[in-house]
Design a protein around this ligand. Sequence first.
Ligand code: KG4
Ligand code: ZN
Length: 342
Amino acid sequence: MAETIILGIESSCDETAAAVVADGQEVLSNIVASQVELHKRYGGVVPELAARAHIEKIIPVLREALDKSQVKPEALAAIAVANCPGLTPALLIGVTAAKTLAWAWQKPLIAVNHVHGHLQSVMLEQQKDCFPAVALVVSGGHTSIYYCQGPLELELLGRTLDDAAGEAFDKVATILKLPYPGGPSIEKLSREGDPRAIRFPRTYLEKDSLNFSFSGVKTAVLYHCRGQNMLGQDRVPHMSQKEKADIAASFQAAVVEVLVKKTLMAARQRNVNTILLGGGVAANNCLRVELEQQCHQAGKKLIVSSKKYCTDNAAMVAGLAYHKLQVGQIADLGLEARAQSS
Ligand code: KG4
Ligand code: ZN
């Protein structure tokens, strides 16, 4: 049977990405141009700079993705793009590129929710039976738990009420004056630290709640470093490497504990045996190992995105678009970029 090959485009934040994926799983090419160097000196992503960089990178990235896959435009079944959620000026570049190609090559256009794409990334290159499942998606902008009956049948069970988990990692890295992006820096430093050194707060909210809140733990780290109410001097420049490592490891342990407990609670509430983990923070080894151990103890199966598909990429966009194409969920050329999920 002929394969269904889709070109995916992703530009929701600071990665310009394009990928060619066959039948929702087989990744024929996956090109990601990172803007880390550009945003480093600002300590975070500047939306207008991101958009300008996407404009420069989108055509070379698309060309490279097609060249590497050795797929000709005629062989594509559709053009897919993440159109929400994200930074609107950044999303707009990918959406405009996708609409232009869909129109020029006369292909169906498929709109993908970026967060749902992260969830789909667990299915890339894995022939596994995933559903029904509870999925944890942890990224820089989102921390969400879904009940999933299929790739497109997602019910949001809980989400963060303030900072996303990745955002908390990034902010704590800034407090500790670690290099941007913060998540990988915290993970690296944590390896030298003791996760039990400081008992940072774990926020569980009301009983049985599957929502998250990470602003409390972030503020606790800030107070630990600068004194209550920020009245003391910043101690970080005078701290030893070990002291900083203890803070990083203790913070990471607090965040991971809440993520793992709530995910398992969701699986119990919905009586499912499979748990999926995706999103940028899913690259974190402490989270992967802890969730694996807890799933094992609870007799649940864990399916995790491979590391290369945890952070933003377009393979997850093309992967999810395959399922949308199967059921005829086609967008029109009036498709808009949206900051929020729709
Ligand atoms: O999914 P993603 O690439 O972009 C968004 O959709 O936001 O996630 C980026 C986030 C950043 O906050 C980054 O610090 C975090 O994922 N991250 C990590 C790790 N790698 C990336 N957080 C903790 N540990 C990591 N190893
Ligand atoms: Zn993302």
